[in-house]
Design a protein around this ligand. Structure first.
Ligand code: S3P
Length: 445
């Protein structure tokens, strides 16, 4: 059997200006809210990765008219609600897709069966099912709340729910269900998570009340609300921009600018952490686009120092720890990342896979249940060896992180299942090559 791989070789300097692909979180939400709304929603800059395309197909299956008008330009004509789909909804690799769609669908009198790829079928859905069950939804599923799962919605009642884990997906699912619940939904989140659902709901004409009490936030959505179609401009995804930016920071002589990157405070923990490490980063041209702050971010090669990442920063950079671990490998001293247990239930167990991949590349690591420590190569008079074939378990961010590592490692780094990068960043390899990165395809016997 032949398996395609990708290999990254020592390269650079990396130079250029690029645009990050559309934000994945906002892209899913734009399609789902567009389908729930009455009338037409026009979307620009939609991420056309596999995860989001699955959500687009799902919205069509629930009765919306979904059309691609050109690159990133999509039109969604909603029917003001969901109809029962005629077939199973396959969300592929997308946790955000399936969890938000479950919340949205729970408000309607229908039955729907969800499934996904092997990764998604292994991920916990109980965190969403528990509050939806309290609201009156019912389901049948595999052990441990695993997909495939059949959900029965309709006749929801009010919920007041305190998020046990900092999850924007769970928060969003409950808020979407709350729109249709008798009495609405009230959520307390002890730590603020990404707030795109709250912001976008307002753009669709819904009432969402948010109050803050220290780090905690209380979000109230009254029930029985209707959404009206709108226009949405999707900003560049900071979770994707992280890869070219960190690549520039660790590759000598580099200077890379990512234009139009989302700067929402709930998403930029990585920029703060890299700043703490001494990264030469600058943000210019800050502007408002469709209710979100965006800017152009420039990264120049930097001598980084290890840091202790404050655990309370985790929700604002939860998807960025894999690439932060790569930056940490090239720093001087240790970088300690605590309070990151949520990484174990992402597309893969990202603590375990980063620990294994970095160790295979000669990087010193210490793995704990909810923490990862990376021993930086600089200053210890040694280098990042590389030379490994990294097992990604089909996780796009594990693959991209190790390819970035390979650009400055002593010997090339190979990743398996590179096709999965297309779930979030279909143009990654071309963009990185355009900046001067030596990333090549290889076919193994
Ligand atoms: C997302 C929330 C996060 C994040 C995921 C996208 C979202 O997941 O990891 O990639 O769009 O709401 P959790 O809510 O499970 O933390």
């Amino acid at each position: 059997m032949t398996a395609a791989t990708l290999t990254a070789r020592r390269s650079g300097p990396l130079r250029g200006r690029v645009r990050a692909p559309g934000d994945k979180s906002i892209s899913h939400r734009a399609l789902i809210l567009g389908a729930l709304a009455e009338g037409v929603t026009e979307i620009e800059g939609l991420l056309e990765g596999d995860d989001v395309k699955r959500t687009a197909a799902a919205m069509a299956a629930f009765g919306a008219d979904v059309t691609c008008l050109g690159e990133g330009a999509w039109r969604v004509e909603g029917r003001g609600g969901f109809a029962e789909p005629a077939d199973v909804i396959d969300c592929g690799n997308a946790g955000t897709g399936v969890r938000l769609i479950m919340g949205a669908a729970a408000g309607f009198d229908l039955s729907v069966t969800f499934t996904g790829d092997a990764s998604l079928r292994s991920r916990p859905m109980n965190r969403v099912l528990k509050p939806l069950g309290e609201m009156g939804a019912s389901w049948i599923c595999r052990a441990g709340g695993r997909l495939p799962l059949t959900l029965r919605g309709g006749n929801l009642r009010r919920i007041a729910y305190r998020l046990p884990e900092p999850s924007a997906q769970v928060k969003s699912a409950v808020l979407l269900a709350g729109l249709r619940a008798d009495g609405g939904a009230e959520m307390i989140e002890p730590e603020a998570t990404r707030d795109h659902t709250e912001r976008m709901l307002r753009g669709f004409g819904a009432q969402v009340d948010v109050s803050e009490d220290g780090a905690a936030r209380r979000i109230v959505v009254p029930g029985g609300q209707k959404l009206r179609g709108t226009r949405i401009h999707v900003p560049g995804d900071p979770s994707s921009a992280a890869f070219p930016l960190v690549a520039a920071l660790v590759t000598p002589g580099s200077e890379v600018t990512v234009q139009g990157m989302l700067l929402n405070a709930t998403r930029i923990g990585l920029l703060e952490t890299l700043g703490d490490m001494g990264a030469d980063l600058s943000v210019t041209n800050i502007r408002d686009e469709g209710g979100e702050s965006v800017g152009d971010v420039t990264a120049r090669y930097s001598e980084l120092s290890g840091v202790d990442v404050p655990p309370e920063r985790a929700p604002s950079m939860i998807d960025e720890y894999p690439i932060l671990a790569v930056a940490a490998a090239f720093a001087q001293g240790k970088t300690v990342m605590r309070g990151i247990g949520e990484m174990r239930v992402k597309e893969s167990d990202r603590i375990a896979l980063m620990a294994a991949g970095l160790a295979a590349c000669g990087v010193g690591i210490e793995e704990e249940a909810e923490a990862l420590t990376v021993v930086g190569a600089k200053g210890g008079n040694h280098r990042v060896e590389g030379g490994a074939r990294v097992v990604t378990h089909g996780d796009h961010r594990i693959a991209m992180s190790h390819l970035v590592l390979g650009l400055s490692a002593e010997t090339p780094v190979t990743v398996d299942e590179p096709g999965m990068i297309a779930t979030s960043f279909p143009g990654f390899v071309d963009m990185m090559r355009g900046l001067g990165a030596g990333i090549g395809e290889a076919v193994e016997a």
